[in-house]
Design a binder for this molecule. Structure first.
Ligand code: NDP
Ligand code: GDP
Length: 333
């Protein structure tokens, strides 16, 4: 009798229903992986998974029930799934919400990573682990261009929680020899970005105004600048980190920073409108502490991983505006 040997590598992704989880799943499926995702219990199970459906891959991934805050669920899952690679993308990921729910953010975004690292240490210490660290950890920037060597100065409960997760990843690598890497990713967007983030809020607003469904768009601080790339490019860097012999930390960025004001200009211009006729500011969207500027230096990733951002901000914003116009058209037709 011949034994059936499963040669497909297995990836386990927390946050699979989010923006990056969807694009990473697509990439790993294309590479021939078995993809297993963590699904948290929700009363809205029918709408969860919309991003995976949008990419046409919802039936190609396996879902397992659990929660990043429940260590026992993670241990059971890792025992059953036996992953080769683990991508920890799950988080309360919205900075503004982290002042409203600081403890939940700490529990999920910070302690959640510690739970998963513990589960890996107990169950499968030879699996490779990716931690979704964030440029928000640079916060009140200590250098004009931020690299792996730039000191951190977090400015929100979200960033503080991410910093804890980041250092736990480093610590478990150094203490227990885990193949654990952190990607310090600068903002990355796509048509699958959550509607509350500024790029998607703007492209959705442009679509509604263009179609006559809204008259204006209310935003907060237009002077902040961000280094925005495309999520589809950025998930490739996650995978590349786990293919390296040695685990390490990498900044992933485009090296260009743009203000919210200029972002509005790009998005409204795409449909032939002047943003100044439609954009208003409201104190409701200003933050208790702001991250004024982010600008990343990804030269280490280029040198060691051969990774580079390939999508321009203009192309990405055009793709997002077009996707939002299609979404709204299909609702009204
Ligand atoms: P999203 O907000 O789109 O996705 C977050 C994911 O986490 C969702 O799948 C969500 O599930 C899941 N989740 C939240 N809480 C729990 C929990 N308690 N247990 C299990 N799953 C949970 O984030 P992105 O895809 O944009 O980002 C991916 C990761 O990268 C996040 O950790 C984010 O903080 C980080 N990051 C993102 C950047 C960006 O610009 N996008 C920049 C730098 C870092 P559900 O669908 O049920 O809500
Ligand atoms: P963040 O970098 O993870 O906080 O990503 P966001 O897209 O939420 O915010 C990016 C920047 O846009 C921050 O400096 C916000 O203060 C600024 N911003 C200005 N107006 C808005 C708004 O209406 N919504 C959001 N989310 N951000 C805004």
């Amino acid at each position: 009798m011949e034994l059936e040997i499963n040669v497909k590598p297995t990836a386990f992704i927390t946050g699979i229903t989010g923006q990056d989880g969807a694009y990473l799943s697509q990439l790993l499926l294309q590479k021939g992986y078995r993809v297993v995702g963590l699904l948290r219990r929700s009363a809205s199970a029918d709408v969860i998974g919309a991003r995976l459906r949008w990419l046409g891959i919802a039936d190609d991934v396996e879902m397992v029930d659990g929660n990043l805050t429940d260590l026992s669920s993670l241990i059971r899952i890792l025992e059953t799934v036996s992953p080769d690679e683990i991508y920890n993308l799950a988080a309360q990921s919205f900075v503004a919400a982290s002042w409203q729910q600081p403890l939940l953010t700490g529990n999920v975004t910070g302690m959640g990573a510690a739970n998963l690292l513990e589960a890996v240490r107990i169950v499968c210490p030879s699996s490779k682990y990716y931690q979704a660290s964030s440029s928000e950890m640079f916060g009140l920037i200590q250098e004009p261009v931020q690299s792996e060597k730039t000191p951190f100065y977090p400015r929100s409960p979200y960033a503080v929680a991410k910093l804890y997760a980041h250092w736990m990843t480093t610590n478990y690598r150094e203490s227990f020899g885990l193949h654990a890497s952190s990607g310090i990713l600068f903002n990355h967007e796509s048509p699958l970005r959550g509607i509350e983030f500024v790029t998607r809020k703007v492209t959705d607003g442009v679509a509604k105004i263009k179609l006559g469904l809204a008259k204006n768009l209310s935003l907060g601080n237009l002077n902040a600048t961000r280094d925005w790339g495309h999520a589809r490019d950025y998930v490739k860097a996650m995978w590349l980190m786990l293919q390296q012999e040695t685990p390490d930390d990498y900044v992933i960025a485009t090296g260009r920073t743009t203000s919210i004001r200029d972002l509005c200009n790009i998005a409204f211009s795409h449909v032939g409108l002047n943003y100044q006729d439609f954009v208003m500011t409201s104190q409701d969207f200003f933050r208790p502490a702001e991250v004024d500027v982010l600008l990343g230096d990804a030269s280490k990733a280029k040198q060691k991983l051969g990774w580079e951002a390939t999508t321009s901000l203009e192309d990405m914003i055009s793709e997002m505006v077009e996707a939002d116009i299609s979404r709204h058209k299909s609702k009204i037709s």
